[in-house]
Design a protein around this ligand. Structure first.
Ligand code: BES
Ligand code: ZN
Ligand code: ZN
Length: 501
């Protein structure tokens, strides 16, 4: 056991599979039944016969109509169970119109359903009858909630349902894949939700070591001494203002049947004050989430190992705390990155690109075919695309493909260009490049261009700016919780699954 552990994991639900209703106990709290919207009423799918006899379904339809259920997407309607049904209540989950049904609609509806079950002990559901994997993901992701650290135990009404039994036949393999995916997302959420009092480079590296070892990954951790000796000037420059020294974590999955090589890099700033270019105090607390890129990569690689994907995957995670102090990097300093490229640091709050530059250069040394990198990199991402849509930059084809895959699994993302005109802005008179532009234009794209300087020729790469999407400051909806979201773990896993084909 390591000296470090997460002080609190998100509360979640045990989701299990059963092939038929005979295994269910007689005292279920609820049956969770999907329903469709029709022109004038709602429809109970025929597959529901596995939990409700025809006359029970008839009675349920009567109750749903009586309370005005519409069956619209993610609508939740709770009614008493019809006489003779072995459950206290029926919770109807709207899936919208059957003709327009897609996986994301099911994922959101299942998420909304799971969130409506707080305080219950055990429910059974047939929501997996439509887009099974999406339904499982939605249930697990929707049930997740981060309780934090309180003196008192949370109230029952605030804790997720203890157990959800999903009724489905011959679905073991898909169930396992969906569960591993959702658990990867939840692990990422746990890391991102953890305050910087508890998560800092040393403790973060130790937690990753423990989790990675469990699933058979190789792990290497460089401490500040080794980082200095090996020339990681970006990570050192960002970490040197903090009492808590930086780390570089490398996780490797290398199965014998690997067909392709994939590198991941993720920004791991455990807290971003801005450094000497200090941020305004209002909202600074959100910067506990500035390690969201590295957490998503860790969640992805751990899930990929559990899925035993036939790919060689190496994650390179630069971890540092960006603090102002007498030892901090100053605006105007010049640093040398891993591999030798020099940067003029004009703004110490543009620190993500400094640590990523070293990590990307290191990752490219292994000559991967693909490089996927993600970071809570720029406020400009939120200005350009809003809080929920990731900005995707990189090599043309892979960038476009990744953005498409991401949208297809319900993580909004949009391809963005790198700008030729910024090639002029990025030049420095005293170093190879400067870490911020003189212009306020297109800050997200400038950061992407900066990173591109460290990507080796011929590598198919994407940079995913998740400044907004990694953390939800609004309220929960569907399977999207408040605070950490776990974006872009599912897009990464879907991409790996495609590369593994
Ligand atoms: N971590 C921030 C970016 C960020 C902002 C993430 C809001 C999540 C929400 C990053 O290190 C940063 O401070 N970027 C600066 C760059 C600027 C100095 C060129 C920014 O976006 O203001
Ligand atoms: Zn910053
Ligand atoms: Zn930052």
């Amino acid at each position: 056991m390591s000296r470090f552990a997460l002080p609190c994991r998100g509360l979640s639900t045990a989701v299990e599979l059963a092939s038929d209703a005979t295994a269910l106990p007689g005292d279920l709290d609820a049956l969770v039944i999907p329903i469709f919207a029709t022109d004038d009423s709602v429809e109970i799918p025929t597959s529901t016969t596995k939990v409700l006899e025809d006359d029970h379904a008839e009675a349920l339809l009567g109750s749903l109509n009586a309370v005005g259920a519409k069956g619209s997407a993610a609508e939740i309607t709770r009614v008493p169970a019809p006489e003779g049904v072995d459950a206290a209540a029926v919770i109807a989950v709207g899936l919208g119109s059957e003709a327009e049904l897609d996986a994301e609609q099911v994922r959101r509806a299942a998420g909304a359903a799971a969130r409506s079950l707080n305080g219950l002990e055990h429910v059974a559901t047939t929501v997996g009858d439509f887009h099974f994997q999406a339904a499982i993901e939605g249930l697990i992701l929707g049930a997740y909630s981060y309780a934090g650290m309180h003196k008192e135990e949370p109230k029952a009404s605030e804790t997720p349902v203890k157990k959800i039994t999903v009724l489905a036949e011959n679905a073991e393999e898909d169930f396992e894949l969906a569960k591993i995916t959702a658990e990867g997302v939840c692990f990422t959420r746990d890391l991102v939700n953890t305050p910087s009092s508890h998560l800092y480079p040393e403790s973060y590296a130790a937690i990753l070591e423990e989790e990675a070892t469990k699933v058979g990954l190789d792990i290497e951790i460089l401490d500040e001494q080794q980082l200095k000796e090996q020339g990681y000037g970006g990570i050192i420059a960002v970490g040197q203002g903090s009492q808590r020294p930086p780390r570089l974590v490398r996780l490797t999955w290398n199965p014998e049947n690997a067909t392709k090589t994939v590198a991941f890099v993720g920004k791991g700033i455990t807290f971003d004050t801005g450094g000497i270019s200090i941020k305004p105090s209002s909202g600074m607390e959100d910067m506990i989430s500035d390690m969201g890129g590295s957490a998503a990569v860790a969640g992805t690689v751990i899930a990929a190992a559990r899925m035993k994907l036939p790919l060689k995957i190496t994650a390179t995670l630069p971890l540092a705390e960006n603090m102002p102090s007498g030892t901090a990097t100053r605006p105007g300093d010049v640093i040398a990155h891993y591999g030798g490229i020099t940067s003029e640091v004009l703004n110490t709050d543009a620190e993500g690109r400094l640590v990523l530059a070293d990590a990307i250069a290191r990752a490219c040394e292994d000559e991967p075919e693909y490089l996927l990198e993600t970071a809570t990199l720029t406020g400009a991402q939120i200005v350009a695309l809003g809080a929920r849509t990731s900005g995707v930059m990189g090599s043309d084809e892979f960038r476009d493909r990744f953005a498409e895959i991401s949208r297809s699994i319900g993580e909004p993302a949009w391809a963005m260009p790198l700008l030729e005109e910024q090639e002029q802005d990025i030049k420095s008179p005293i170093a190879d490049i400067r870490n911020v532009s003189n212009s306020r234009n297109a800050g997200m794209l400038y950061a992407g261009l900066y990173l591109s300087k460290f990507v080796a020729e011929g590598v198919q790469w994407v940079h995913v700016d998740i400044a907004g999407p990694s953390f939800n400051k609004a309220s929960a909806t569907g399977y999207l919780p408040v605070r950490a979201t776990g974006v872009p773990v599912r897009a990464f896993l879907a991409t790996l699954q495609e590369l593994a084909k």
